[in-house]
Design a binder for this molecule. Structure first.
Ligand SMILES: [Zn+2]
Length: 285
C-alpha cells in the first residue's frame, strides 16, 4: 500500500488531542463513508491521526483501518492506544485509577519471560495493581541476580505478596538457545557474551536434561528443559533468605511486620493455546 493511501483522511477537523469526527476513509482508491461518529486520537508529536478500537466502527472497515494504521509509526500508535485506554478506564472504572494513585497491594509476584507473547496482565485478564512483575530472558531466578532478588525482597517484605509464580512458556527462545549452547559446549565450542553468561545456569540444566533424556529432541526436549527449569527456579526462590525468613514468621525489615506466608508456584504458558498449566507448588513449612 502506498504510504499516502495508508493515512486515514481526517479532513480539517483534526486537532491535537482526542475528539470525535465524521470520517471519510480512502484506501486503494475506494471511498468508505462512515456515517457514524468515530473516536480518533491525534499524536501530539507528529500530528498524525490514528483510529483504534473505535466502538463506532465494526466489521471489515475496522479491519481495513487497523491495517492502514499498521503502516504508521508504531510508538505513536502505542501512545494513541494508551490515550484511548486511559479515557475508557476513566469513564468506566474511575475507581481503578483512584486506587492506583493511592498505592499498590498486589497478592502475586510474577517471575516471567520477557517474551512479547506472554504479557502477564493480558493472559490473566488482570488489572493494574493486581500483579507485581519481573520478567527476563527465560524466566530465570538466579540468587546472584540483584535485580531478581530485589524484586522478590520488595514484593514479599514491603508489599506483602502471598504468592510467587515462576512462569515459563512453550517455544521459549531462551530455552532453545540454552539447548543449542549445551550441544555446542558438548562439542567443545564456547561463546562469551553477556547473554551466554546470563544463560549459563540454564545451559548447564539443559545439558543435564539432554544427558538424562537422550532419546528426546526438538520440541519434546525443549518442553522437558522448560519444565525442569521452572521447577529449578521455584526451588531457587524457595531457598532465598527472603522466603526462608518469611516461612519462619520473622519480622520483615521493610515493613516491621510479620508478613503473610508466601506460597511459591511454577506454571507453564502454552503460546499456541493461550492457556496456563500448573507444574508445582511449594507451600510454607
Ligand atoms: Zn521465553
Amino acid at each position: 500500500m502506498h504510504p499516502a493511501a495508508a493515512r486515514p483522511c481526517i479532513g480539517k477537523h483534526a486537532a491535537l488531542g482526542s475528539q470525535s469526527v465524521s470520517l471519510v476513509i480512502r484506501a486503494h482508491g475506494t471511498r468508505h463513508h462512515l456515517h457514524r461518529q468515530a473516536h480518533i486520537q491525534v499524536c501530539r508529536a507528529s500530528g498524525q491521526a490514528y483510529l483504534f478500537s473505535s466502538r463506532a466502527i465494526q466489521g471489515p472497515i475496522a479491519t481495513k483501518i487497523r491495517s492502514m494504521s499498521s503502516t504508521t509509526n508504531f510508538p505513536d500508535q502505542l501512545l494513541a492506544r494508551n490515550a484511548d485506554w486511559a479515557s475508557a478506564v476513566a469513564t468506566k472504572e474511575p475507581e481503578l485509577l483512584k486506587s492506583s494513585a493511592a498505592g499498590q497491594a498486589p497478592k502475586v509476584l510474577w517471575i516471567g519471560c520477557a517474551d512479547s507473547r506472554v504479557p502477564e496482565s493480558v493472559v490473566c485478564d488482570a488489572k493494574p495493581g493486581e500483579v507485581f512483575v519481573t520478567r527476563n530472558i527465560a524466566n530465570q531466578f538466579n540468587p546472584q541476580d540483584d535485580n531478581a532478588v530485589s524484586v522478590l525482597t520488595y514484593g514479599v517484605q514491603a508489599l506483602g505478596v502471598e504468592h510467587v509464580v515462576v512462569v515459563g512458556h512453550t517455544s521459549c527462545g531462551g530455552v532453545n538457545a540454552a539447548i543449542a549452547a549445551a550441544s555446542s559446549a558438548a562439542d567443545g565450542k564456547k561463546t562469551e557474551s553477556p547473554l551466554s553468561r546470563y544463560l549459563t545456569p540454564l545451559v548447564q540444566l539443559a545439558g543435564r536434561v539432554q544427558t538424562e533424556c537422550s532419546s528426546l529432541s526438538g520440541p519434546e526436549l525443549a518442553n522437558q528443559v522448560l519444565e525442569a527449569s521452572v521447577k529449578q527456579q521455584v526451588e531457587n526462590v524457595v531457598q532465598t533468605d527472603v522466603i526462608q525468613s518469611n516461612w519462619k514468621g520473622e519480622v520483615s525489615p521493610l515493613s516491621n511486620k510479620v508478613m503473610s506466608k508466601v506460597a511459591v508456584h511454577g506454571w507453564i504458558y502454552d503460546v499456541a493455546s493461550g492457556k496456563l498449566k500448573h507444574v508445582i507448588t511449594k507451600n510454607p513449612v
